[in-house]
Write a protein that binds this ligand. Structure first.
Ligand SMILES: Cc1cc2nc3c(=O)[nH]c(=O)nc-3n(C[C@H](O)[C@H](O)[C@H](O)COP(=O)(O)OP(=O)(O)OC[C@H]3O[C@@H](n4cnc5c(N)ncnc54)[C@H](O)[C@@H]3O)c2cc1C
Length: 496
């Protein structure tokens, strides 16, 4: 018998609809309390002993800010937040969650759209204090802790004129990005982030600290490179580095939406011949108040080419010239600037604390029919912050064999991500509806593949397409390292 029926039987009256809400709320609170009381009193004190970081409970002042992640639609309340400072803190937290049968979530940078970095009632491992980086400029290697952001990584490596390919928003966590694959401006030349991973330090479900590399636990190393957070908590990554910048030719060229189809067609032809040092992504949205755009274009739909030449800026000048002739630009801002500045260019448009719902497709080719749908949907953007991104991820990302590591989307030349993004909860249905309709309308043109890091929590039916032909091998590795599925707050691979 439900709690609602229970209480009306007790009072002998039919509850009014307002009472329904109160009773439902009470039932939820009792349910939550039940979970929390699963944690015997005094247990949290055990976790505190020897813990170098902070343990936060719902009654603590920092708790509410610590449970917030990038996507404001996700509002979950863990029973305990273990803000780790060291690998041994992570070991303690993993052992504690396992031994007390607590749901376990891992927060790297907290950016993942699905919101798996935080859980209700369980334990959240928060790595945001673990950001230390060490660069060996001679060997061209960096080791960096699992709570670092892309900005932390770029700052450390660019001090030596070095970089490894990562994403385009500097507040993203290196951990979640790497474990799903990772791509950005440098990927056409230097591959995915995982293609540059040399080794990882991992805390397993058994609470052991192990190293994974080509020669140490190669099965785990294979699975970490694209299999998400399914196999353990990565406390340290080691990446190969490449000479980049520190100054690069980069910037934006903006065209009116009336020229979008023709710009996209020329973009497709241009990218097929562009050298791998040059990367260009396209963004379609309502124009933000960019200082180089005349005010009358602010708020108008537009298509922007975002470009970077990762070689000698002087050589890049001639190579980017054709991009200025795709139509009649509304404005441009292209010049030589520090690579770290370019890495942060999109940060103001992708700030945390806003409601977000994303959908994504991979493409092996871009067809004209797709462009027609894109232009139609840009015409009905449901909020000024929504946008459609085409990222070029061909070149070096396509060279490794599909089974060389867990990341399976080696045929993808372009990834399209539509950021449904808005402020007000009242707009949820309209904005989510736009993303879903656009997703359906563009699906016939896609490869059927998807990037695991762009999937929402509800897309469990796409998990197999994301891991592709590598899924069965991932299941085996999962069975070996996490047979009880302790690490299940992710795009989950169920153990065999
Ligand atoms: C604004 C924005 C821009 C983006 N741009 C790009 C881009 O250009 N390129 C790109 O490739 N991706 C991009 N992404 C996607 C991004 O790669 C994923 O959202 C990624 O999961 C973020 O990692 P995180 O550590 O910040 O996220 P979190 O939410 O903290 O973590 C995501 C998941 O990864 C796992 N995890 C996190 N840390 C660890 C760890 N230390 N050990 C084990 N598992 C862990 C957990 O399962 C967790 O649920 C972007 C995302 C956003 C929001």
């Amino acid at each position: 018998m439900s709690r609602r029926a229970d209480s009306s039987a007790y009072t002998g009256r039919q509850p009014l609809s307002g009472q329904f809400d109160c009773l439902e709320l009470l039932a939820k609170l009792q349910e939550r309390k039940k979970h929390m009381t699963n944690l015997p009193s005094g247990k949290v004190e055990e976790l505190r002993v020897g813990f170098k970081g902070e343990i936060l409970l719902p009654s603590d002042g920092d708790y509410d800010s610590a449970r917030q992640i990038w996507n404001a639609m996700i509002q979950k309340r863990p029973a305990v937040i273990a803000r780790c400072a060291t690998t041994s803190d992570v070991v303690r937290a993993v052992n504690f969650a396992r031994d007390n049968h607590l749901l376990l979530a891992i927060r790297g940078g907290g950016h993942n759209i699905a919101g798996n970095a935080v859980c209700d009632d369980g334990l959240m491992i928060d790595l945001s204090k673990m950001k230390a980086a060490q660069v060996d400029p001679v060997a061209r290697r960096v080791t960096i802790e699992g709570g670092a952001t892309l900005a932390d990584l770029d700052a450390a490596t660019q001090a030596h004129g070095l970089a490894t390919p990562v994403g385009i928003n500097s507040t993203t966590g290196i951990a979640g990005l790497t474990l799903g694959g990772g791509f950005g401006w440098l990927s056409r030349k230097y591959g995915l982030t995982v293609d540059n991973l040399e080794s990882a330090e991992v805390v397993t479900a058994a609470g052991e600290v192990v190293r994974a590399s080509a020669t140490e636990r190669p099965d785990l190393f294979w699975a970490l490179r694209g299999g998400g957070g399914n196999f353990g908590v990565v406390t340290r990554f080691e990446f190969r580095l490449h000479p980049v910048g520190p100054d690069v030719l980069s910037g934006l060229i903006v065209y009116p939406i009336s020229e979008a189809k023709s710009v996209l067609q020329q973009y497709r032809e241009f990218m097929a011949r562009a050298p791998e040092e040059l990367n260009v992504w396209t963004v379609l949205r309502k124009a933000p108040p960019l200082p180089f755009l005349p005010e009358r274009f602010h708020g108008q739909e537009m298509i922007a080419l975002a470009l970077i030449y990762a070689g000698d800026p002087k050589e890049g000048q001639a190579l980017v010239e054709p991009l200025r002739k795709f139509g009649t630009p509304l404005g441009e801002h292209v010049g030589v600037q520090p690579y770290v500045a370019w890495q942060q260019t999109f940060d103001p448009l992708l700030t945390p604390g806003t409601r977000n719902y994303w959908k994504s497709h991979n493409f092996t080719t871009l067809q004209d029919g797709l462009f027609d749908v894109v232009v139609e949907y840009v015409g009905k953007l449901p909020s000024p912050q929504c946008e459609i991104f085409f990222g070029a991820i061909d070149g070096a990302t396509m060279r490794p064999a599909t089974d060389s590591m867990a990341y399976a989307q080696r045929d993808a030349k372009f990834v399209m991500n539509f950021h449904g993004r808005w402020e007000d909860q009242a707009d949820d249905e309209r904005c989510i509806g736009w993303s879903r309709d656009f997703f359906k309308a563009t699906a016939p043109f896609s490869s059927g593949g998807v990037y695991v890091n762009f999937m929402t929590a509800e897309e469990t039916d796409r998990v197999r397409s994301a891991y592709g032909p590598n899924y069965d091998r991932l299941v085996q590795v999962k069975g070996k390292y996490d047979p009880d599925n302790l690490f299940r707050m992710n795009q989950n691979i169920s153990p065999a």
